[in-house]
Design a protein around this ligand. Structure first.
Ligand code: TRP
Ligand code: ZN
Length: 325
């Protein structure tokens, strides 16, 4: 069910509730998107960061899988599954009170799209931005790469709305296209900003693969302050982390970093092999890739470790609630 039908659903829900009372039936639970103008707002801080329901994140991943199934098995740039994925994410954000915009670009002769979502309010000269790439490779549905990051930041954005967050700093979320063709969408986005607009982004956080089935807990070490925010979170959970070394600049944070914007992020591992020491501290299987289905047709909704997905999504919320305060 798309959130854009919320009003209709509420009407039906209310009618059902009234009928249910007469009939003695249980009323259905309807999760309405709160209006952005709500007066019961929350000031964010590390202490008030929500626990993001991993079931909701998984539900988005199920949608990405279905979209791939219905569109030739992928969600790649230039294929119908990409735009359908974008429409799904945009529908959720619009219903939750975000201001969304779709930025078009051309790559390899096909139109690509970035989705940018701004949460109204906060100091826009100090914008905190989180991003993920929404495209898969041609070979598969890309549920871990990078449905996981896309769903993780989507559900965090929806939590911002549920909490009616009133952050001191402005919050922005981005879903980039054509990452798999060479960071095309994120480069296009950063290039499209004026120097003044770039200067307003105080941090960019990237989430590309956060649900790897043989997981690791890797933190980008590009900016010490942003690295510390994530490390602090995992220290509280007593989960050891390592610095992300599986290819510097291999994802959408690179164009931001090149533009002088402080970047950070999380990663649960791709095609590198888990060492015995890593299996010791994180569990899983030594001698096997963190994600053996990386860039393959088997990167489906079963190619996800729910525990790492849950922890890394909670870490996104923790970082945003802290950085936006
Ligand atoms: N989408 C990235 C890619 O295909 C995945 C990746 C590999 C990655 N190594 C990384 C993402 C290191 C972040 C950091 O290249
Ligand atoms: Zn990726």
């Amino acid at each position: 069910m798309r959130m854009k039908h919320t009003r209709h659903t509420l009407t039906v829900g209310a009618a059902f509730a009234a009928a249910a009372m007469t009939l003695g039936l249980a009323a259905p639970t309807v999760q309405a998107a709160p209006p952005a103008t709500s007066t019961t707002s929350a000031t964010p801080s590390a202490a008030t960061a929500p626990d993001i329901p991993v079931a909701n994140v998984k539900a988005h991943l199920g949608q990405f899988q279905q979209i791939a199934d219905a569109n030739g098995g992928n969600r790649a740039h230039g294929h119908a599954g990409y735009k359908t994925s974008l429409d799904y994410v945009k529908g959720k954000l619009d219903a939750a009170g975000f201001t969304t915009s779709v930025q078009e670009f051309t790559s390899s002769g096909a139109t690509g799209y970035n989705l940018i979502a701004d949460w109204p309010g906060g100091d826009t000269t100090k914008t905190v931005m989180a991003g993920a790439h929404l495209d898969s490779v041609d070979e598969g549905p890309g549920v871990n790469d990078d449905g996981s990051g896309s769903a993780g930041i989507l559900e965090t954005a929806l939590a911002v709305s549920r909490d009616r967050l009133k952050p001191a700093k402005h919050l922005r979320f981005g879903w980039f296209g054509a990452e798999e063709l060479g960071l095309v969408g994120s480069k296009h986005y950063v290039d499209s900003l004026s120097a003044a607009e770039r200067a307003k982004i105080s941090s960019y956080l990237n989430f590309d693969m956060i649900g790897s089935p043989n997981p690791g807990y890797f933190v980008y070490d590009d900016d010490p302050a942003l690295e510390k925010v994530f490390k602090d979170y995992f220290t509280k959970l007593s989960i050891p982390t390592e610095v992300e070394t599986e290819g510097d600049g291999r994802s959408d944070h690179a164009p931001f970093k090149d533009a002088g914007i402080p970047v950070g992020g999380l990663f649960s591992g791709a095609d590198y092999i888990k060492t015995p020491a890593q299996a010791q501290k994180w569990g899983g299987t030594a001698g096997k890739a963190f994600d053996a289905c990386y860039h393959r047709s088997c990167d489906t909704s079963t190619n996800i470790d729910d525990t790492v997905l849950g922890h890394q999504t909670d870490a996104i919320a923790y970082a945003l609630w802290q950085l936006a305060s």
